[in-house]
Design a protein. Structure first.
Length: 169
């Protein structure tokens, strides 16, 4: 009986050490469906994966084009804790932004999931100690509240990186 207990302990310890072999390495986040963060980044989406932003320069370019009245479009993809993508599509035609919110892939999104759209006239930004927040205003249509619920925060530390990058180019 004692030998069985020792053998079980040794096997358990070996399994625990094997499982802990990746300490200090970031494990890839599992996502459901076929739209992984890697694919979203490759497709040019601005990706927010639990606070880690990718392709932020694409968002900067969209903001610049909006300020110049130049047509542009962008997709922001944020991932839920469970790994499901939520899409925020902004399509600017030089006059208005057609905004679409799509949480149809969110397995835990509850009822009423799907695409909702609104047309908005302004992209506003406000900066504080947390960073720069972007919101849509002047939204109209049956789903104007959808447009006015858009909120995208670029944390201060990332804003400084973006400013430094802009100064170097």
């Amino acid at each position: 009986m004692r030998i069985l207990a020792i053998a079980t302990f040794i096997i358990g310890a070996a399994l625990a050490m094997t499982a802990c072999n990746g300490i200090g390495k970031q494990m890839p986040i599992q996502t459901k469906g076929s739209y992984s963060p890697e694919l979203a980044i490759k497709n040019g989406d601005v990706v927010n994966l639990h606070g880690k932003l990718s392709n932020l320069e694409k968002f900067d370019s969209f903001v610049d084009n909006f300020a110049k009245g130049k047509s542009d479009q962008i997709r922001i993809t944020m991932y839920t804790i469970e790994g499901d993508p939520i899409f925020y599509d902004l399509d600017y035609n030089g006059k208005v932004i057609d905004y679409t919110f799509d949480n149809s892939k969110d397995a835990f999104g509850g009822t009423g999931k799907g695409k909702q759209s609104s047309t908005c006239t302004k992209l506003e930004q406000k900066s504080d100690d947390k960073g720069t927040a972007y919101t849509l205003t002047g939204c109209s249509g049956d789903n104007s509240r959808v447009g006015e619920s858009f909120y995208f925060l670029v944390p201060t530390s990332l804003s400084l990186i973006t400013i430094t990058r802009s100064l170097r180019t």
